[in-house]
Design a protein around this ligand. Sequence first.
Ligand SMILES: C[S@@+](CC[C@H](N)C(=O)[O-])C[C@H]1O[C@@H](n2cnc3c(N)ncnc32)[C@H](O)[C@@H]1O
Length: 331
Amino acid sequence: MSKKHTFIDLFCGVGGIRIAMEQNDFECVFSSDINEECQKTYFKNFDEMPKGDITKIKEKDIPKHDILCAGFPCQPFSAAGKQLGFEDTRGTLFFEICRIIKAKSPKVILLENVKNLVYHDKGNTLKVILATLESLGYFVDTKILNAADFGIPQSRERIIIVASKNKKFDFSKLATKKKPQLKDFLDKNGQFDFLKEDEYTLINPKIRKKQLSGLIFAGYRNKKIRTAGVRPGTEHLSRVHRQCNRIHSVFGTFPTLNSQESSGRFFILTEENKVRRLTLNECWRIMGFPENYQKISSQSEQYKQLGNSVCIPMISAVSLQIKKQFFKDKQ
Ligand SMILES: C[S@@+](CC[C@H](N)C(=O)[O-])C[C@H]1O[C@@H](n2cnc3c(N)ncnc32)[C@H](O)[C@@H]1O
């Protein structure tokens, strides 16, 4: 029998968390995702078809496991303005996670979500999540981590929640790295989608500044200015402020690849001073997916899948520390 410590992969998407956990020798014993395209991609890569809707899965059909992992959807927290209490939170998918925790009592829980969870409902939602995990008998800690601090040239901030039965997780032990530059992650050759010079405006290189996040804003696409609802005199800003119009220098990091941008409007200013889109493969690469990862869905599905996924090296760093801090003695 395998001596590896086990995990379950809830809301597994295309398996970003699974890859990170397997990199540290944990073994997956169960996975679930409701989305058929994600399921097909997951099957292609891991030879395991995830089960579907978690709300329909009985606890007895989930095997015992050491770690429960879940990059649970953030939509349940978008009930803007409502004062959500614990009773309301029961209706969300977080409650499904709690149901499984109650039944299976895993030693460790690893949750991932958007940074905005911290501010949702004036901090109440996160408070309820943490209090609920504590009421189930766990020591809980959270931290906002940025993919750019884990060797990936993408400024992608996510909240990580780690809960354990016997002590708090020590986030200070995570090994971070200097922020890399996007240029070192790009394809040298290929069919690139360049913009013509009259399709964009670059800002003067002398006033381009690297932000703390590593981003260097280099210019914007000359799209039609949106005037509806825009304050007079600020029309020019509307095209600059839209993420899909912004152009970033390859000497810095790239902003968060978000799942709503399913047409892949991610623009960079290259070392040769040309403007082009990131290719789909480059997008997967700056999520930290291995080169041999099998991508089988349509382009727009792939943009959604990768935008919904995790930065693998960041989760791998957390998973390594989970192993060292909670499973050191046996593994
Ligand atoms: C933020 S994504 C997680 C992605 C994953 N961490 C990865 O690395 O690809 C959330 C996932 O939850 C799935 N989901 C939403 N509702 C679900 C449900 N009721 N049961 C199972 N999965 C669900 C979505 O299809 C989506 O893939």
